[in-house]
Design a protein around this ligand. Structure first.
Ligand code: PLP
Length: 403
């Protein structure tokens, strides 16, 4: 049994009408009414620009924006709310680090990533490589879709300046053994960036216990609106970083000759930030914290097991990633022999099942696995047995139509 009322949880999501089986949560999760209400409440009662006006509404907006920062700081267990930088999302956060942290790097300095990264944790480093002459190294991937951490000693060395890997894969669902990464990086004094886009929606984090230096995630994968995300950075590391973009609010003093920059986090938030989105993201963080964590975890494990077992039972289907429940999220990629993933998705779509098919913005991983793409089911707490039943009914239709 689920241990909590999934039907009641589903009713919190206006978009989850009967007949829709939404299994693309790794791309974007749906938004509960509590978060939509917070967004509308802010926009209808406190909307103004922040950090500038002295009238009541502007001060309310500034206070709400600050309160959102405090909430997110609590969500990741930051030492200080000023370690939380609001960005446009994970991509914005990683680009910020590639520019701000990357500005201090010298030709020949090395950055270690992995083959299974999302493009947003690859391309910003390639751009930095092309700008600054840094060397980019990539940890390989194991046959079951995990980062090959045994290769860390070979790739990390005295010139390593940053290790930037994903906390959990958006393709295989594999969760990275962060302690091993951090120990290896620390042995050469290199900071660690975790791409938390997939992990952050699963509950509060402890960046201090993780022992990392940067943590990036997106609001829209965490039941909040688009256009907002977080870069958490260790205070000392942020303080030493150059700004990324220039503009309003990131300055202390501007003359035509030169500019003195504000302290973090404002140094990294040029221009009007995503204010209502940040307020809604804070509401989403509260909403996630309010879920019965143990019961949700057990529920997702049970549904993931149903997915893994059901896929294994169908001869022509191969799970791409860990085949067991250990060290994985409820994101399951698979390949159907002789069927393109887009055909799989189209046939399932006709039955109301929303599934993702393709390279999942992880083309180097697809190359390493010698695949054009996979089909992927990714679950959220509101998914239920009806969604899994509909998924397998659709998959059996695929197998019938493509004998
Ligand atoms: N990293 C991972 C692991 C992801 O799954 C995604 C989105 O799919 C991203 C980064 C990029 O997130 P965003 O597009 O919200 O910036």
């Amino acid at each position: 049994m689920s241990g909590f009322d999934v039907a009641a949880l589903r009713r919190e999501f206006p978009i989850l009408v009967p007949g829709l089986h939404y299994l693309d949560n790794a791309a974007t999760a749906q938004t509960p009414r509590a978060v939509l209400d917070a967004l509308i409440a802010h926009e209808t009662t406190h909307r103004a620009n922040v950090l500038r006006g002295v009238y009541r509404l502007a001060e309310e907006a500034t206070a709400a924006y600050h309160a959102a920062r405090v909430e997110l700081a609590g969500y990741v267990n930051a030492r200080d709310p000023n370690e939380v930088v609001f960005t446009s999302g994970t991509t914005g956060a990683i680009n910020l680090v590639a520019h701000g942290f990357g500005a201090a790097l010298k030709p020949g300095d090395e950055i270690v990533i992995s083959v299974l990264e999302h493009h947003s944790n690859i391309v910003p480093w390639q751009l930095l490589r092309d700008r600054a002459g840094v060397v980019l190294k990539a940890l390989p991937v194991t046959l079951d879709g995990r980062i090959e951490l045994a290769e860390l000693p070979r790739l990390i060395g005295p010139r390593t300046r940053l290790v930037a890997v994903t906390h959990a894969s958006n393709v295989t669902g594999a969760v990275t053994d962060v302690a091993t990464v951090v120990a290896a990086a620390r042995s050469v004094g290199a900071p660690v960036l975790l791409d938390g886009a997939q992990m952050a929606p699963h509950g509060p984090l402890d960046v201090q216990a993780l022992g990392v230096d940067f943590y990036a995630f997106s609001g829209h994968k965490m039941f909040a609106p688009n256009g907002v995300g977080v870069l958490w950075g260790r205070a000392e590391v942020l303080a030493a970083m150059a700004p990324f973009q220039g503009g309003g609010e990131m300055i202390r003093r501007v003359t035509l000759a030169r500019t003195e920059y504000a302290d973090p986090p404002h140094r990294f938030e040029a221009g009007t930030p995503p204010i209502a989105q940040a307020v809604a993201l804070a509401a989403a963080a509260r909403w996630v914290r309010g879920l019965p964590a143990e019961a949700v975890h057990a529920h997702l494990r049970r549904l993931t097991e149903r997915l893994l077992d059901g896929l294994a039972a169908r001869g022509r289907v191969r799970v791409i990633g860990p085949t067991g429940l250990q060290g994985r999220l409820a994101t399951v990629s698979f390949a159907v022999a002789r069927v393109h993933p887009h055909d799989v998705c189209q046939i399932l779509d006709a039955r109301g099942v929303a599934l993702r098919g393709g390279h999942h913005c992880a083309q180097p991983l697809m190359d390493a696995l010698d695949l054009a793409g996979t089909a992927r089911a990714s679950l959220a707490p509101y998914n239920d047995d009806g969604d899994i039943d509909a998924f397998f009914a659709g998959l059996d239709d695929v197998l019938r139509r493509f004998p």
